[in-house]
Ligand binder design. Structure first.
Ligand code: FE2
Length: 367
């Protein structure tokens, strides 16, 4: 059966984070990451328990929501998890059908299909649960013309945080971290409930190595518009980064959002100027880079200076870099990615980074 038959996906509509302070999170995303504030909901719009800011850049739409009082779902979610992704919203042509199919295939309903309207039109929405307390909303906004969704008011752009050029184009993938032994179950969930397919050309990545300390499988819709890698911890030389996430997020959740750029050198340079901090890359990583990835268009000096990683697969290469965690806990972060044909996720960088760290350790006489 064609997987599109029961669940055509038009893309990720938006990602909503529940945070401790939405005003400051929005400010951070504007000033540090160049997002533009486009819509708002809160006391002024008649929303009494929470406040939300909608931020956009390229095709990426993020919502940050904070609680206005104790004891609310947002307050409780934040108390348990810290800042994190609550909702990964999917754009679908038929919310009722998609929701009914998802539930019939085993998803737990969180919100039955319903309508929301204001003077700009009507949106149809529903939601079902995925890993941890994370939710997939289903959104049909084809009859809606407002700034975001009914109940939100448009925000006049202030332009202050705007970059000269867009730093990001689209959302490449959203990674979920789940406990040891649960990865296959969630891959099966996405295959069944969302009609997604496992990307098979990463078979290499499915085997954990002494370097990787994690296992990862990727599910994608047929068009490649929606890609969800699912990670689980594995025994490695070091404690797994996935274990650390699960401990501090207090359960499964979304680990990172990968944003595309068509000029990673310019984007990372600009983000660095704005104060964004990235995971450091050991200098030794660049020693064997030309041999490992072959010819690339970017200058090795730029990549080394900015700590940008490179990986190659059968179809091309990709450049990527990871930010430090966005909040206090070592949980959610961004990845910046530029693809040159490669459709992978940078699996080769696990080994390359570990080897680089060990070369530096060896130089210090500590290996
Ligand atoms: Fe990633």
């Amino acid at each position: 059966m064609n997987p599109h038959d029961h669940m055509p996906l038009q893309g990720v509509d938006h990602v909503e984070l529940w945070v401790g302070n939405a005003a400051q999170a929005a400010f951070f995303l504007e000033r540090a990451f160049g997002f533009r504030r486009v819509a708002y909901a809160g006391l002024e719009t008649g929303q009494r328990d929470r406040t939300s800011h909608v931020l956009a850049q390229g095709d990426v739409r993020l919502v940050v929501t904070g609680t206005l009082r104790s004891g609310t779902p947002v307050a409780e979610h934040h108390a348990r998890h810290g800042d994190g992704v609550r909702t990964i919203a999917l754009a679908v042509p038929d919310v009722d059908r998609a929701h009914a199919e998802a539930v019939r295939r085993g998803a737990r309903a969180v919100a039955e299909p319903h309508e929301r309207s204001d003077e700009h039109g009507t949106a149809r929405l529903a939601a079902f649960a995925t890993y941890g307390e994370t939710v997939h909303a289903l959104v049909d906004r084809s009859a809606y013309r407002g700034a975001f969704l009914p109940g939100f008011e448009a925000v006049a752009p202030d332009g202050d945080g705007r970059a000269d050029r867009a730093l990001f184009g689209s959302l490449d993938h959203v990674v979920g971290n789940v406990p040891l032994g649960a990865m296959q179950e969630w891959v099966a969930f996405y295959e069944s409930v969302l009609g997604m397919r496992q990307l098979v050309h990463f078979s290499k990545e499915e085997v954990s190595t002494e370097y990787s300390a994690l296992m990862s499988k990727v599910v994608s819709d047929g068009e490649g518009r929606v890609k969800f890698p699912i990670n689980e911890p594995a025994e490695g030389r070091r404690r797994s980064q996935i274990d650390e996430f699960l401990e501090f997020y207090e359960g499964p959740g979304a680990q990172h959002l990968a944003l595309t750029t068509d000029d990673i050198v310019a984007t990372v340079q600009e983000l660095t100027r704005r104060g964004v901090r990235f995971l450091p890359t050991p200098a030794a990583y660049y020693e064997d880079l030309p041999a490992r990835v072959g010819d690339i268009a970017e200058s090795l000096d730029d990549l080394r200076r900015l700590g940008i990683l490179v990986d190659r697969d059968d179809e091309g290469y990709l450049l990527q870099v990871f930010t430090q965690p966005l909040g206090d806990r070592p949980t959610i972060f961004f990845e910046i990615i530029e693809r040159h044909g490669a459709r992978g996720f940078g699996a080769g960088n696990f080994r390359a980074l570990f080897e680089a760290i060990e070369r530096e350790q060896a130089r210090r006489g500590n290996l």
